[in-house]
Ligand binder design. Structure first.
Ligand code: DQA
Length: 146
C-alpha cells in the first residue's frame, strides 16, 4: 500500500463556504475533501484529509505523517503567519510539503504576506480558490512519483 498524502487544514477552514465567501468562495471543506478524494483516485494516490482549529492537532498530524505520509499539502490558515511550531514540525518531515492558500494572500493585509511555512514548502499556491488544492495534488503526484 503506498503511503497517503496528508492534506491538512488549519483554523477557521471548517467554516469554508460560510465565512467571507467573497474571499474564500462558496465551496465547503467537505466539497474540497470530496474533490481531492476523487482526483487522488484518478492519480493513483490516497489521501488523509484533516482540519483543526488547534495548532497542536495540526502538529500531531505532521508528526504522524513522518512515519505514515508520502507528502503533506497544508493550508495552515492564520497559523501560516504566526507558527514557528508548525514550521519546526514540517522541518522534521522528510518528504515533499506544498502550501496552499485559497485567497491571494499577497493582495491582502501586510501581515498575511509573511509565511513561516514557506521557509519549508517546495511550492506555494495562492489565489486559485479551492482549485488550489487540486493543483497541489497534481504537483504532489509529480514530486512523489507514485
Ligand atoms: C488562508 C489565508 C490566511 O491568511 C487566512 O488566515 C486563512 C486562510 C487562505 O486559504 O487563503 O484562514 O490560508
Amino acid at each position: 500500500m503506498p503511503k497517503p498524502i496528508y492534506i491538512l487544514n488549519g483554523p477557521n477552514l471548517n467554516l469554508l463556504g460560510l465565512r467571507q465567501p467573497e474571499i474564500y468562495g462558496k465551496q465547503t471543506l467537505d466539497d474540497v475533501a470530496e474533490a481531492c478524494a476523487g482526483l487522488a483516485e484518478d492519480l493513483g494516490l490516497t489521501i488523509r484529509f484533516h482540519q483543526s482549529n488547534h495548532e497542536g492537532a495540526v502538529i500531531d498530524w505532521i508528526h504522524q505523517a513522518r512515519n505514515e505520509g508520502a507528502g503533506i499539502i497544508i493550508n495552515p490558515g492564520a497559523f501560516t503567519h504566526t507558527s514557528v511550531a508548525i514550521l519546526d514540525a514540517l522541518n522534521a518531515f522528510d518528504a515533499p510539503v506544498l502550501e496552499v492558500h485559497i485567497s491571494n494572500v499577497h493582495k491582502r493585509e501586510a501581515f498575511r504576506h509573511h509565511s513561516y511555512v514557506s521557509l519549508r514548502a517546495e511550492g506555494v499556491i495562492a489565489g486559485f480558490g479551492t482549485e488550489g488544492y487540486l493543483l497541489a495534488l497534481r504537483r504532489m503526484k509529480t514530486l512523489v512519483g507514485a
